[in-house]
Design a binder for this molecule. Structure first.
Ligand SMILES: C[S@@+](CC[C@H](N)C(=O)[O-])C[C@H]1O[C@@H](n2cnc3c(N)ncnc32)[C@H](O)[C@@H]1O
Length: 302
């Protein structure tokens, strides 16, 4: 959640990490987001100079990667980008005709996947300040996308996803791939539950890729902020104090989008959840070492 109504610098930082990772000489571990390097120019890097990644671009690549903060964050982005890209291809191959990117920041998939996204409606949701800046940078650095992009400015802490998408003209009866990458930790629990409920009611065949911190991980970070989490606080984008966990809920509470008991890491082993039969693929960003899920903590069948 932004507390300052300004451009999201965490969005610039994640894109900068992809840009740096796309310069990796070893193609087997190179970040595939080659457009991030064009989007994140000198002016953008200066905005995140508080983080070592913001200062890494003028340095020798291997030397910069010897810094654990640079290496760790760049590789986190590598896993994120590859995994979400892979499921994007699968979702479109399986018939999704809409792509919704929540808290899109400087996500360049509408451009990067323009061939795959032919005929697919793309909707990007973000805070207005970040979206205005991103659109200007896209025009300057990348030019028009072949994909038809709907930009939907919104604050998911205040507005339900269903309302935002209805207003944007995204069709709940069409199978959709939802990306929620690096966003859930900034949105309060109530906002995330509304978001999951909206996805649960979406058309059968829809898929959500959701990255999240579990409550244990958040608790540790709230208490001992370090690395980019500390930068995020300084930039007015603190992780949300509530914390949440899509596998847990209070007694009697229902979040129908959550995967069912016994579901595999991507929910495939469970039966389709929610009215619309959409499923949530969970990409756990970090789990605090002291916390381990046991079976009793998994969601009972809805
Ligand atoms: C860390 S950035 C991630 C950006 C992008 N998804 C990525 O992975 O590079 C977090 C993004 O979430 C957006 N965001 C945070 N809270 C939000 C909210 N309540 N409503 C809409 N967008 C939000 C920010 O503006 C920012 O673009």
């Amino acid at each position: 959640m932004h507390t300052n109504g300004l451009l999201s610098r965490t969005a610039i930082l994640t894109a900068a990490a992809r840009a740096l990772g796309s310069r990796e000489p070893d193609v087997s571990v190179r970040n595939p987001d080659w457009l991030a390097d064009r989007l994140i120019g000198e002016a953008e890097r200066a905005l995140v100079a508080d983080h070592p990644i913001g200062r890494a671009f003028g340095r020798d690549f291997q030397d910069a990667m010897a810094d654990p903060e640079i290496f760790g964050f760049t590789w986190l982005m590598l896993v994120r980008t590859r995994c979400i890209d892979e499921y994007l291809r699968r979702a479109i191959g399986n018939g999704a005709t809409q792509l919704v990117i929540l808290g899109a920041g400087f996500d360049a998939r509408a451009h990067r996947f323009h061939d795959v996204l032919k005929g697919v409606t793309v909707c990007e949701i973000d805070h207005p300040a970040t979206q205005v800046y991103k659109r200007r940078r896209i025009d300057e650095a990348l030019g028009p996308s072949a994909a038809a992009v709907i930009y939907a400015p919104a604050d998911l802490a205040r507005e339900g996803l269903s309302d935002v998408l209805r207003r944007a003209g995204v069709d709940a009866s069409r199978p959709t791939y939802f990306i929620c990458e690096g966003v859930s930790m900034y949105v309060p629990e109530t906002g995330m539950k509304q978001t999951l409920q909206a996805v649960a009611g979406w058309a059968r065949g829809s898929v959500m890729m959701l990255e999240y911190f579990n409550r244990g991980g958040l608790d540790v970070l709230m208490k001992y902020p370090s690395g980019m989490v500390k930068n995020a606080i300084d930039w007015g984008e603190p992780f949300d104090a509530g914390g949440w966990h899509p596998l847990r809920r209070a007694p009697g509470e229902s979040v129908s989008a959550a995967p069912r008991r016994g579901a595999g890491v991507d929910g495939r082993r469970g039966p389709p959840a929610g009215r619309g039969g959409s499923r949530v693929i969970r990409l756990l960003a970090r789990r605090a070492p002291r916390e381990r899920l046991n079976d009793a903590q998994w969601e009972p069948p809805c």
